[in-house]
Design a protein around this ligand. Structure first.
Ligand SMILES: [Zn+2]
Length: 251
């Protein structure tokens, strides 16, 4: 056999070995940081139908580490729907390393831009997907539309109806919420945001997805009360995943 042929075969083998090692590394990271693995003693009780999913949008920010600390102190998992231009993308790894779920929200959260067309939406989604992967080694398949799936700002009904089908076809699941703390808009104080959550109590079913934001100090302040509140009501806390029950808004 010619020397050049031998060299080509050896090179191919080296590339194949490198690629398989990379695949393994990616799977290992996902397994290593799953909530089940990080906090096995605190995982949900399968017989309890009452489940609450705490979700934090629009981070990471300077407040994200404090929120993770509080969650960890209470042994509670949560889900962070992240954006890409906050200047704190390095905190994404902390989310994953502590066993919380990371979801895709948007790269720049600009409604007028991302809802202009399917192409614009998926270009933006790919950008945040790549950032999350580069920071954490995780390819997240759970998303939250900026403004929710029934958003009207910057989007038309037909655009959203098409996007909702397209994201599912691409293997994603999208999650809205059925309990809004209004901590990013109406609520001006920690007690105001907590009251907003409590005021919804009559509407709570077995599944509650709480919308919060890790972009404001008040969220750090009222989070312990939210955790104690749902514990008192008998809920188990879970991170969102592809097979979690999806709350979808309707028009
Ligand atoms: Zn948002």
């Amino acid at each position: 056999m010619k020397k050049t042929n031998m060299l080509a075969i050896v090179l191919c083998l080296v590339v194949l070995i490198f690629l398989s090692a990379f695949d393994l590394e990616e799977e290992d990271i996902n397994e290593e940081y799953s909530y089940n693995t990080v906090f096995p003693e605190n995982y949900t009780h399968p017989e309890n139908p009452k489940m609450v999913y705490l979700t934090f949008d629009d981070g990471p920010t300077e407040y994200t580490p404090q929120i993770i600390d509080i969650l960890n102190q209470h042994h509670v998992p949560a889900t962070f729907f992240v954006v890409g231009d906050t200047g704190y993308t390095h905190h994404m790894r902390m989310i994953v390393e502590n066993g919380h779920a990371i979801g895709l929200h948007s790269y720049n959260h600009d409604f007028e831009q991302i809802y202009r067309s399917s192409e614009a939406f998926f270009n933006d989604l790919q950008k945040i997907d790549d950032i999350v992967f580069n920071e954490t080694g995780v390819r997240s398949m759970i998303i939250r539309f900026p403004g929710g799936s029934s958003v009207t700002r910057g989007a038309t009904k037909s655009t959203m109806n098409r996007l909702k089908i397209e994201v599912i076809e691409k293997g994603y699941q999208y999650f809205d919420w059925n309990c809004d703390s209004s901590d990013s808009k109406g609520a001006q104080s920690a007690s105001g945001a907590f009251s907003n959550i409590k005021s919804r109590e009559k509407e709570f079913g077995d599944i509650v997805i709480v919308l919060m934001h890790d972009t404001k100090k008040i969220t750090v302040e009222y989070l312990p009360r939210v955790i104690e509140y749902f514990k008192t009501l008998g809920y188990d806390f879970l991170p969102l995943s592809l097979d979690a029950p999806a709350i979808h808004h309707t028009w």
